[in-house]
Design a protein around this ligand. Structure first.
Ligand SMILES: Cc1cc2nc3c(=O)[nH]c(=O)nc-3n(C[C@H](O)[C@H](O)[C@H](O)COP(=O)(O)OP(=O)(O)OC[C@H]3O[C@@H](n4cnc5c(N)ncnc54)[C@H](O)[C@@H]3O)c2cc1C
Length: 390
């Protein structure tokens, strides 16, 4: 499956990125997975190549490229057999820094964006709390304004890049009496006094740091407010479409890499005097998975077109995220079966893919929440404000 709007330039970019990954990322992935930490020098190397600012303005050091470059970036990184590494990169470029670009003041953007794009700073987005995951409106972290500062108290959990990262785009309640209209976004530095982080131990995504954060009277300059006070929930809902689309691309590319990896294995493994790839029952399984991936990919690419055209595609991005993540979990599970007992050992990367892919139906809105959104649009006729289209 090839996106129809891809040009020779996109293809050249893919090859350049692929060569970079082969040289600078693939050889270190096992080490990062084992140590639970990504060597920060990789962000710098990626920054030097322009990979950390693909869709950011040149004024901040970005390349200002169309969305298909980002799509390729998500795909190629996802083929590197480390969901943990990939998600750290995606969180920086597509899930946290976009809020700064869209809603940050000029001073804030000048201070942080060039460093993110150069690979000197690592960013995170801190929404989820111990008592509020799917139910974002119910967050309890407060930010009380006194003069030129907010004083932030509360806690967050499951924050990707939350332990080794440098700052968080943080959802806080500036007016707890106003529900979702009392939510604002604040940029909080990791090293601010009163911020503590604790690294979580996880089933998969071992290379990435996922943290619990606590804020104890953290003093945050009012200048670190993104956009308007009370508009944070709307900003998050808008930003989640890009987050869900990149998560969908990542899940699907993980399924693709699992299938390719399995095909290599089936070409070499023999039972009953035949290669695995010669057994009709197994060939049909591969054909079925291939058909499922290709059809879902066509839809995900359609969503990439919508993103490129600036459409506010809530239903489509929710469908893409739901379908791609659920499919990927099933595909990797079925692929592992074809490795027999070897699939259960750490000697084969399918075991890591199996661990990593599972989280896809949980992050960026669970599958149940995707179904809720789609149901509201399909059954109740809810239209998530098409007027917001850029
Ligand atoms: C590895 C990892 C990385 C993450 N990274 C980040 C990050 O960087 N930043 C961040 O802010 N968050 C992050 N998250 C948090 C993630 O977004 C949440 O885990 C997710 O939104 C679900 O929230 P929850 O875990 O509190 O589950 P809950 O909301 O408690 O849901 C529990 C179950 O109930 C279901 N459910 C909930 N409400 C409904 C409903 N209305 N109808 C039907 N079913 C429902 C859910 O689908 C789920 O199955 C990360 C999570 C993980 C595991």
């Amino acid at each position: 499956m090839q996106a129809t709007l891809l040009t020779d330039e996109h293809q050249t970019f893919r090859e350049t990125l692929r060569a970079f990954i082969r040289k600078e990322i693939a050889p270190y992935v096992d080490q990062w997975e084992k140590e639970g930490q990504i060597d920060r020098s990789i962000w710098k190397k990626m920054g030097e190549m322009g990979f950390m600012g693909l869709n950011y303005p040149e004024a901040y050091g970005g390349l200002d490229l169309d969305f298909y470059y980002s799509m390729i970036f998500c795909e190629e990184l996802s083929y590197c057999y480390s969901g943990g590494f990939t998600i750290s990169a995606l969180v920086i470029q597509y899930m946290s820094a976009p809020y700064l670009l869209k809603y940050g003041s000029s001073a804030l953007k000048e201070r942080y964006l060039p460093s993110i794009i150069a690979g000197d700073l690592v960013s995170a987005v801190a929404i989820t709390e111990p008592g509020a995951g799917s139910d974002v409106k119910n967050i309890k972290t407060t930010a009380v304004r006194l003069g030129d500062y907010y004083y932030v108290n509360g806690s967050k959990t499951f924050i990707t890049n939350g332990y080794y990262g440098d700052f968080f785009i943080t959802a806080v309640k500036t007016d707890p009496s106003k529900g979702s209209k009392g939510i604002s976004l604040l940029l909080i530095d990791r090293d601010a006094v009163g911020v503590q982080a604790n690294k979580l131990s996880k089933l998969g995504w071992h290379a990435s740091d996922t943290a619990e954060l606590s804020f104890d009277e953290v003093e945050v300059p009012v200048a670190n407010l993104l956009g308007e006070e009370g508009a944070g929930f709307q900003y998050l809902m808008d930003g989640l479409q890009l987050e869900r689309l990149t998560a969908a691309i990542h899940s699907l590319a993980t399924a693709e890499s699992a299938l390719r990896y399995t095909l290599d294995y089936m070409e070499n493994r023999e039972t009953f005097g035949k290669k695995l790839q010669e057994f009709q029952a197994l060939r049909h399984r591969i054909a079925t998975m291939s058909a499922e991936i290709e059809t879902t990919k066509a839809f995900v690419y359609h969503c990439c077109d919508l993103q490129q055209w600036g459409r506010y595609a809530v239903k489509e991005c929710s469908i893409a995220k739901l379908q791609a993540s659920e499919l990927a979990v099933g595909v990797v599970n079925r692929c592992l079966q074809l490795f027999g007992g070897y699939g259960f050992t750490e000697d084969y990367k399918i075991a890591r893919l199996y661990r990593d892919v599972r989280v896809g139906t949980l992050i960026a809105g669970t599958s149940e929440i995707m179904l809720e959104i789609i149901a509201k649009m399909v059954i109740d006729g809810v239209d998530y404000d098409r007027a917001k289209e850029r």
